[in-house]
Design a protein around this ligand. Structure first.
Ligand code: ACO
Length: 390
């Protein structure tokens, strides 16, 4: 076999691969994507089976530990998460009070996650994962409630993970709050759909930071900043804004499709296309069904879902999208689901982050276990040759 390191040292050769389109940066056993078949496996299990048979907390256990938990393992895992569901409200609130209220929730969430690191001294690594799983929903809820002018709410240990999350978001003072099981189940499903997705931009960011020994909370905070980008997790907000714009401008789908095809126009059909899926994104298929189901069960009349389905239909009749293999991705329908369960647009990517958390943590853990070297790519220099200051 060729020793690439030796070859590089002796010849100075490097691979030039902008966007790392063909570069495997690690070996991983967490999730597997077959982009041609439209297949996604978490630790070997098809996403279609997980979505129907597991809760988000079981999926988190699977992703972090490699196997599904038995009853006792699940009980102990869930109880620990509940035990760690607290934060130092006084200190975090002081910080939150100094962040402008108009700042985007993703910026707030990643800042608070970074700062939380300060309170995580002398905690064993195995518990750190559970602390973050427990505490991120609290930070997300605080971010939302600050916007809404609502006081913080403590976690409810009698509720399951997603029902507790909903209560921490939506309960209001002096009123009892009963999480709706339809909404709780929907949230479970959408979080599972986001739980891991091999070397996407945010996950690779988390691994890169971990490789230079940045701590778990700070690495995850950086992953959130990467996720925020419109071409990545921020697409869910951009999709709904685009669909609303289509609706406002009279619903002429063809005109918007032509706009997306026009190379002189930077506009892209948001929620379409994927680096790996060149057939369909299995998560988008499931998300579409989850969206239809929750909207029907809650009795919502949502013109946006109908419009989205029409956009999908029209785009997939167009040779541009077919030839470039551009199909709806997870973000095309996820925002419709969030909207149906009461999450405001600028919180969509925050929900994505809550779902992606187990994946980010598993990659950070795997990178450490593999004792991976620091992530340090090369470049092709195109600047000045050596010159002198006159
Ligand atoms: N609308 C119109 N044209 C598109 C779109 C789109 N949504 N996506 C890709 N194309 C075109 C590109 O213009 C390019 O055309 P060309 O070959 O004539 O230059 C071709 O398809 C390939 O596109 P790339 O950007 O090179 O593909 P890449 O794999 O690098 O990007 C990406 C994938 C970023 C997802 C892209 O499809 C895109 O921008 N989609 C819209 C944003 C989006 O939905 N992001 C969410 C992704 S899923 C996630 O991160 C959770």
């Amino acid at each position: 076999a060729i020793n690439i390191s030796k070859l590089r040292e002796s010849t100075g050769l490097i691979t030039f691969d902008p966007g790392l389109k063909n570069t495997g940066i690690t070996k991983s056993s967490i999730s597997f994507i077959d982009g041609e078949k439209g297949e996604l496996l978490y630790r070997g299990y098809p996403i279609e089976q997980i979505i129907n048979q597991c809760s988000f907390i079981e999926t988190s256990y699977l992703i972090l530990n490699g196997e599904l938990p038995n009853t006792a393992q699940l009980k102990s895992f869930s109880e620990k998460v509940k035990k760690f569901s607290f934060i130092h409200h006084k200190d975090i609130n002081k910080i939150l009070d100094n962040i402008p209220v108009f700042y985007h929730p993703m910026g707030i969430l990643s800042s608070l996650t970074y700062i939380l690191d300060a309170f995580m001294n002398s905690i064993q690594e195995e518990d750190l994962y559970l602390h973050l799983l427990a505490k991120l929903p609290i930070l997300a809820a605080l971010t939302y409630r600050k916007r809404m002018g609502l006081p913080p709410v403590c976690a409810d240990p009698y509720l399951d993970y997603t029902s507790n999350l909903l209560k921490m978001f939506f309960s209001v003072p002096n009123k009892s709050y009963e999480p709706n099981p339809i909404i709780s189940d929907t949230l479970n499903k959408i979080l599972i759909l986001h739980a891991d997705h091999e070397q996407n931009c945010s996950t690779t960011t988390v691994r890169l930071l971990g490789s230079v020994h940045v701590g778990l909370f700070s690495s995850i905070s950086a992953g959130m900043s990467a996720l925020w980008g419109k071409l990545h997790g921020g697409a869910n907000q951009a999709v709904i804004e685009m669909l609303e714009d289509i609706l406002k401008s009279g619903g002429n789908i063809k005109k918007w499709i032509e706009k997306a095809k026009n190379k002189k126009d930077p506009f892209r059909l948001m929620g379409f296309g994927h680096r790996i899926y060149k057939n369909f994104d299995p998560r988008a298929k499931i998300a579409k069904k989850v969206a239809e189901n929750v909207i029907q069960k809650l009795g919502i009349s949502d013109p946006i879902l109908k419009l989205a389905k029409n956009v999908e239909k029209k785009a997939l009749q167009d040779s541009y999208f077919l030839e470039k293999k551009l199909y709806p991705n997870i973000d095309f329908y996820s925002g419709i689901i969030y909207q149906a369960i009461g999450i405001p647009k600028d919180m969509f990517t925050v929900m994505f982050a809550l779902g992606r958390l187990p994946g980010w943590m598993a990659h950070w853990k795997e990178m450490k276990l593999n004792k991976e070297p620091i992530g340090r790519p090369r470049q092709v220099y195109t600047g000045y040759k050596k010159r002198n200051i006159k």
